[in-house]
Design a binder for this molecule. Structure first.
Ligand SMILES: [Fe+2]
Ligand SMILES: [Fe+2]
Length: 276
């Protein structure tokens, strides 16, 4: 991964959730409701499997779909251990998970896999180190291993895509900037919802800033920007965002739409089966 666990992991010190307490169980139950929805969006792997550019990518997505669906079961297990019932996700989470689905393979691997799942991984690491229950921690840790592979794949595919279509960089940067600005706006809303005086949640503001900073760093490491997002001047931001719908529309029209059933004979798996 472009950012390893030791750097992505936020230091909560020895602050822990206490799952014997009703208040902490209810809060964690709400957090896992959001992830439950996010894992169900693993069905989108089917959409991308149909549009995968290589047989190797198709094979990865087939495995990823099985992993995301197994995460659904694991989150239900965690909710059982917390003794909470599953509930609907917040509409902002639904919009970020399904409403912003990419239109090209490049958008999918860059925005959803490298950046999006990278963000999820930052939160999974935080949960894996702050929940006092060992059984729950083990389940989250096992999901982290899968998510690390998804992020790594997204990063490698983004590099390959941008080498092929360098002009897409500005569109991806605009989309990443939009997500980053929306998340920054959500911070104060989220802070108001937190119970006061909690050992872990008292550090939430610093954790939120850390998460956004790593999102920003990954965008830079992916080659989308040559400076931190917060240092992009206001005029340049306005140009990026205002031109985004038009540039996205043009980019989606121009990118290849041929399916593997048309291109398989030139695929690495067919041409060099020993290397595949
Ligand atoms: Fe997952
Ligand atoms: Fe994933």
């Amino acid at each position: 991964m472009l950012i390893e666990r030791n750097e992505l992991q936020f230091d909560f010190g020895d602050a822990r959730f206490d799952t014997r307490q009703e208040r902490d169980r209810a809060f964690l139950g709400w957090v896992f409701d959001q992830f439950l929805y996010g894992e169900v969006t693993g069905i989108q792997c089917g959409h991308w499997l149909y549009r995968a550019p290589t047989l190797a990518a198709a094979s990865f997505l087939a495995r990823q779909a099985a992993e995301e669906l197994s995460h659904v079961k694991r989150i239900r297990k965690i909710q059982e251990l917390l003794d909470v019932k599953p509930a609907d996700a917040h509409r902002a989470v639904k919009f970020l998970s399904t409403g912003m689905m990419g239109g090209t393979w490049g958008e999918h691997v860059c925005l959803e896999m490298a950046l999006g799942e990278g963000l999820v991984l930052t939160i999974f690491y935080a949960l894996a180190t702050t929940i006092d229950d060992e059984g729950i921690r083990k389940i989250v840790e096992s999901a982290c291993l899968d998510e690390e592979r998804h992020v790594t794949f997204g990063e490698a595919e983004t590099a390959a895509w941008l080498a092929r279509f360098p002009g897409d960089r500005a569109v991806f940067l605009g989309q990443a900037l939009l997500q980053w600005m929306a998340m920054r706006r959500l911070k104060n809303f989220a802070l108001k919802k937190l119970p006061p005086g909690h050992p872990v949640l008292g550090k939430f503001s610093a954790f939120y800033d850390h998460t956004l900073e790593k999102f920003d760093l990954r965008a830079r490491k992916l080659g989308l920007a040559d400076r931190p997002l917060r240092e992009i001047p206001l005029v340049a931001r306005a140009v990026l965002l205002l031109s985004l719908p038009f540039r996205t529309f043009l980019m989606r029209r121009r990118r290849p739409k041929r399916l593997l059933t048309e291109t398989y004979l030139s695929d690495e798996w067919i041409r060099s089966p020993d290397k595949a």
